[in-house]
Design a binder for this molecule. Structure first.
Ligand code: ADP
Length: 648
């Protein structure tokens, strides 16, 4: 008896230890045995379930039809068959939840082989089924995607290829599985691509790149190529997958954008060149007109002749201003204006600018004064030419619109840090002033505040617009204040760097005199210029000033003359036939490498467009002046030339 009890206990323990649900019935299909997994799966407690019909406790549902399966294991009981469930059948729990279950029922026979009940073993396969479902979805995506996907073993043998890949190769799927990837004709088998793929299999590393391949029709195609190992649970590489994405359209798009960009750049360069040529073509004859007039004005003339020539000179100057404004305007509109960041001496800049305008002021009987805050550092970093351009414009306007009184230039610092300073520069006049409504029109392109004033004073109406653009590019503001009838003040700010380089400023002599009439020191100058009229103008101007000038008609001649004689400085035209000014300068600098000397070379140029200054300086020039050569500017540049440290 004891033995039987022990045996029963053992069966019970075994039953409860089984990981699957186990349930047994008697011949009437009523439950007689049920283990704990079965309890969990059904939500029934064993005590309640025992004696109940199997299909009351184990309720199965066909997923497709959503209907209860009446008695799935009936045939086991009636005919002794082994019965399973369909893979989509669900077991409904007492709490309403459901799970996928696999089951197998078998009859229980007594010693006479008579069926006395059934035993059913059930397993929860929800996880497996969910995984299967997931895999099914993923496979569907891979089958449908337009990207070509393949899985190979570690020897490049294809195990799986999706329809897109099959289509890409033009093969039948049967022909692809089991083949070496590198023998398929989706890539040119002799090409370096095959080598790339072989290397990838050797390296076993993830890789992504772009490859070109020839398709079945012989067209060049581009694919984004992704290569990646597949590891098993132990981390061992068992397979590789490759995804090929067609990026031909994008590549062709990029290519056409690149071509369009190149063409646009070429067109732009042609426009730049045109601008440079136009600038040269217009300024060269103007140079002649203004230069010869200036020259003739220096000779003995009767008052009427002088008056006539003055009118010609004024008309020439006006025309030149208009040409300059239009060229500047088109450069601004084309985004061609660049702001430089170089060391410069602000005081020198202001004073030399004033000295140029002092002649006109004197002629009109106006006082020209300036004040520069002593706190402003000697050497600043910024674009002196643009600052000068703005200042010149404001001064020209002030001189234009003032008949009596004075013009005052003030330079103060608005804000300052260790490395930067904001300057506020103002030009105030005692002229006709500007009314409030006229104020609104200032700084706008093509706006002159008053039609009648335009007729009286001339101008393009571009000057202040250009100033505003330049100032804005220098991170500054420009504005005006005025009392009509009493005068106007124009202000602009610029943010500049503070240079640690003060030596340069100390070396420079500051000319406070505002005078251009006397020559400090006669210089020996070599003028290299091919055009006779320019030769004549510059020669005569410099000569009248007391300098001695020798002329070379071209670069080669200049080099010859330099072999025999030495000069204090060279004025070098840029555009010359045969050997241009840049090349001549380079040759001079090369020769100097041996002697260690450095003669100052000033470029004379009709085309001052973006990048020119850099071009001149890098060729070894020290400074440049623009054509048509203005007398005061010529004297000032020649007499104050500084050696460009870059070219030394
Ligand atoms: P413009 O080249 O015609 O002088 P600007 O843009 O320099 O063009 O000036 C536009 C207009 O602003 C001038 O025509 C003039 O009417 C007015 N203006 C500029 N500066 C002054 C000033 N200092 N005094 C009076 N009016 C001025």
């Amino acid at each position: 008896m004891q033995k039987i009890k022990e045996k029963n206990d053992l069966y019970e323990i075994a039953l409860q230890s089984i990981g699957d649900a186990v349930v047994a019935t008697d011949i009437h299909n009523n439950i007689i045995i049920m283990n704990s997994v079965a309890e969990k799966m059904t939500g029934w407690v064993r005590e309640d379930a025992l004696g109940k019909p199997l299909n009351e406790v184990f309720v199965f549902m066909e997923k497709k039809s959503n209907s209860i399966i009446e008695n799935p294991f009936r045939l086991s009981l009636e005919q002794g068959l082994t019965i399973g469930l369909n893979k989509d059948d669900l077991l409904l729990s007492r709490d309403g939840s459901s799970r996928y279950a696999s089951a197998s029922s078998s009859p229980i026979r007594d010693t006479n082989n008579k069926i006395v009940g059934i035993i059913v073993v059930l397993r929860d396969i929800s996880r497996i089924r969910n995984n299967e479902e997931q895999i099914r979805k993923l496979s569907l995506i891979i089958e449908q995607t337009r990207n070509a996907v393949i899985i190979t073993d570690t020897n490049r043998i294809i195990e799986y290829a999706n329809p897109s890949f099959i289509q890409l190769t033009g093969n039948l799927s049967d022909n692809i599985i089991g083949q070496d990837l590198c023998t398929l004709n989706f890539i040119d088998c002799s090409s370096d691509k095959v080598q790339i793929i072989k290397e990838l299999y050797k390296s076993r590393q993830k890789w992504r790149g772009e490859i070109d391949l020839i398709d079945k029709q012989g067209n060049l195609n581009w694919r984004d190529f992704m290569f990646s190992p597949i590891n098993n649970y132990d981390g061992l590489v068992t397979n590789f997958f490759i995804i090929l994405q067609d990026i031909t359209a994008r590549k062709l798009g990029e290519e056409s954008i690149r071509k369009a960009k190149e063409e646009a750049e070429a067109a732009n360069r042609a426009k730049d060149q045109f601008l440079a040529n136009m600038s040269h073509e217009i300024r060269t004859p103007l140079n002649g007109i203004i230069g010869m007039t200036t020259l003739t004005l220096l000779s003995d003339l009767n008052p009427e002749q002088k008056e006539n020539l003055n009118i010609i000179k004024m008309a020439g100057d006006n025309l030149l201003n208009i040409v300059n404004d239009i060229l500047d305007y088109s450069k601004i509109e084309a985004g061609k204006v660049m702001i430089e960041e170089i060391d410069f001496d602000l005081r020198e800049l202001i004073i030399s600018n004033l000295s140029i305008h002092s002649i006109r002021a004197e002629e009109k009987g106006l006082k020209l004064r300036y004040y520069i805050d002593t706190d402003i550092p000697a050497v600043l970093i910024g674009d002196p030419h643009r600052i000068q351009q703005v200042l010149t414009n404001l001064l020209t306007n002030a001189l234009k619109f003032t008949e009596n009184g004075e013009i005052h230039v003030n330079v103060n610092s608005d804000a300052r840090s260790e490395s930067a300073i904001v300057l506020r520069i103002s030009v105030s006049d005692t002229g006709i002033g500007i009314t409030e409504e006229q104020m609104d029109k200032l700084f706008k392109s093509f706006s002159q505040v008053d039609g009648s004033i335009t007729r009286n004073f001339g101008g393009t109406g571009l000057g202040l617009y250009i100033c505003k653009q330049m100032v804005n590019m220098m991170r500054g503001e420009i504005w005006a204040e005025s009392i009509p009838g009493q005068g106007s003040s124009f202000y602009f700010t610029v943010k500049l760097g503070i240079s640690g380089n003060s030596a340069k400023a100390n070396k420079k002599a500051i000319d406070n005199s505002c005078s251009v009439k006397t020559v400090d020191k006669a210089l020996n100058i070599l003028l290299v210029e091919d055009q006779k009229i320019n030769q004549l103008v510059i020669y005569n101007l410099l000569h009248a000033r007391g300098h001695s000038v020798e002329i070379a008609n071209n670069g080669a001649e200049a080099l010859e003359i330099l072999e025999q004689r030495s000069f204090d400085l060279i004025l070098m035209d840029i555009w010359m036939p045969e050997m241009d000014g840049l090349e001549t300068t380079r040759q001079i600098r090369r020769r100097e490498e041996k002697s260690g000397e450095h003669i100052a070379i000033i470029a004379i140029t009709a085309h001052a467009i973006k990048g020119d200054r850099e071009k001149f300086l890098s060729a070894g020039m020290d400074d440049y002046i623009a054509k048509p050569v203005e007398m005061e500017k010529l004297f000032h540049t020649v007499e104050n030339v500084q050696i460009n440290v870059l070219s030394k």
